[in-house]
Design a protein. Structure first.
Length: 162
C-alpha cells in the first residue's frame, strides 16, 4: 500500500474476485479513452521494519535535568507574576460584589425593622392593652392597694410598706 498505484487502486472498480478490472473492460467516460502517463516514483516500495527499543537504557544527561528545572522555575515565576498582576482587579471585583450584597442586605434589614416596629406599635397600643385586660379579666387596683414611694428618702431603693 506504499505506492501510489495501490492508493489510487482503491478508487477504481473491482471485479468479484477482488482483482482490478482492465481498462478495456471499463466503459469510457469521455469521448475517447486516454492512456495515463506513469506517476513519479511509482516503482518505489517502502518497507516498514518494526523496531524494538525495550532493551535500550536511556543515558542520563545532567544538562537536561538542569534545563528542566529552569523551565519549571520560569513557568512558576511567570504564573506568580500573572497572579500578582491580576489579583488587584480580581479583589476589586469581589469587593464590588460584596458591597452590593451588603447594600441589599441592609435594605432588607431596614424593611424588616420597619415592619417589626409597626408590629410592635400595634401590639402595645393602649386600645389593644385594654382589650387584653378585659379578655383576661384584669381590674384596676383599688386606692388602698396602691403603694406610693417616698421621693424624700435619699436612697434609690424601693421600700415595701404594709
Amino acid at each position: 500500500m506504499a505506492t501510489l498505484a495501490n492508493v489510487f487502486g482503491r478508487f477504481f472498480p473491482y471485479s468479484g474476485d477482488r482483482a482490478p478490472l482492465r481498462a478495456s473492460s471499463v466503459a469510457p467516460r469521455g469521448p475517447a479513452s486516454v492512456a495515463v502517463r506513469a506517476f513519479a516514483n511509482e516503482d518505489i516500495y517502502f518497507y516498514v521494519k518494526r523496531i524494538d527499543n525495550s532493551r535500550i537504557v536511556r543515558q542520563a544527561d545532567p544538562k537536561a535535568r538542569g534545563a528542566c528545572w529552569k523551565a519549571i522555575a520560569g513557568a512558576g515565576a511567570a504564573a506568580v507574576l500573572l497572579i500578582a498582576v491580576l489579583l488587584p482587579s480580581a479583589y476589586g471585583l469581589m469587593a464590588g460584589y460584596q458591597i452590593e450584597n451588603l447594600k441589599a442586605e441592609s435594605k432588607r434589614l431596614e424593611n424588616e425593622r420597619a415592619s417589626l416596629e409597626l408590629q410592635e406599635a400595634t401590639l402595645i397600643s393602649p386600645a389593644r392593652m385594654e382589650e387584653l385586660a378585659r379578655a383576661q379579666q384584669f381590674v384596676d387596683p383599688g386606692p388602698q392597694k396602691v403603694v406610693y414611694l417616698d421621693s424624700n428618702n435619699g436612697s434609690s431603693v424601693a421600700m415595701n410598706r404594709k
